[in-house]
Write a protein that binds this ligand. Structure first.
Ligand SMILES: CC(C)(COP(=O)(O)OP(=O)(O)OC[C@H]1O[C@@H](n2cnc3c(N)ncnc32)[C@H](O)[C@@H]1OP(=O)(O)O)[C@@H](O)C(=O)NCCC(=O)NCCS
Length: 194
């Protein structure tokens, strides 16, 4: 796609977020979620085939309690997905989930930028109040980037998730707009969290 034809919904420092596109994105997403190195961090435990993936995709945009996005690098590589889920418009809370499926892009700040960009949309466009997330205890990278973005650990469900032959804790995180704003102001100015 030529640069001027690119679809951009939100623009960050390192990534853009755009709506998912069935005909171009599904195949990559299918590879990512079935990849054991990625899947170990997800709640999905059955193999996902084209049909299941398509059903999932078709369900995504049906209600306004789910807002999924593709994560693309600024030079146009589709590397992952991120979204607001279980949006509760009365309580003004939602849950975030993210997945960078291209593993060469892990640990290079793309997730942090995607999350900060999404939180800016959640808090400053949608007027949400609080965003939650949950991480399996061995997913240190995910925990770390969430804490960088300002999430705080609010609790833990002990021995909640069975993976790799044993039960693991699920760490529960939350972030309020006022706490995130302090981090955002610096990020907006400098492109840095720390
Ligand atoms: C979790 C995820 C979205 C984070 O995105 P990312 O681009 O890799 O994260 P970032 O580079 O922005 O930040 C990662 C932080 O963790 C650190 N980190 C990287 N690898 C790590 C590891 N193995 N252990 C602990 N910390 C690690 C990075 O150094 C960085 O912290 P720093 O800035 O203090 O150095 C991405 O790695 C991913 O999609 N992983 C697979 C699926 C997944 O775990 N999804 C989340 C489910 S809750």
């Amino acid at each position: 796609m030529r640069r001027k034809d690119k679809i951009i919904f939100l623009k960050g420092e390192k990534v853009i977020l755009r709506p998912l596109r069935k005909n171009t994105d599904l195949e990559k997403a299918l590879r990512w979620i079935n990849d054991p190195e990625v899947n170990q961090y997800l709640s999905i435990y059955f193999p996902i085939n084209d049909k299941k993936e398509e059903e999932w995709f078709d369900g995504l945009y049906k209600n306004d309690d789910n807002l999924p996005f593709a994560i693309e690098t600024l030079d146009g590589k589709f590397i992952g997905v991120i979204g607001l889920h279980r949006i509760n418009w009365k309580d003004r809370v939602a849950t975030t989930g993210a997945l960078i499926g291209e593993k060469d892009y892990w640990g290079k700040g793309y997730g942090t930028d995607a999350k900060m960009t999404l939180l800016n949309y959640a808090f400053n466009a949608l007027n949400l109040r609080k965003i939650c997330s949950a991480v399996i205890e061995y997913n240190k990278r995910s925990l770390r980037y969430s804490l960088h973005c300002g999430y705080k650990i609010e609790g833990c469900w002990k021995k909640q998730i069975f993976k790799k032959g044993k039960y693991w804790d699920e760490i529960l995180l939350g972030i309020f707009r006022k706490d995130w704003l302090k981090i955002w102001r610096k990020y907006e100015k400098t492109g840095r969290i720390k």
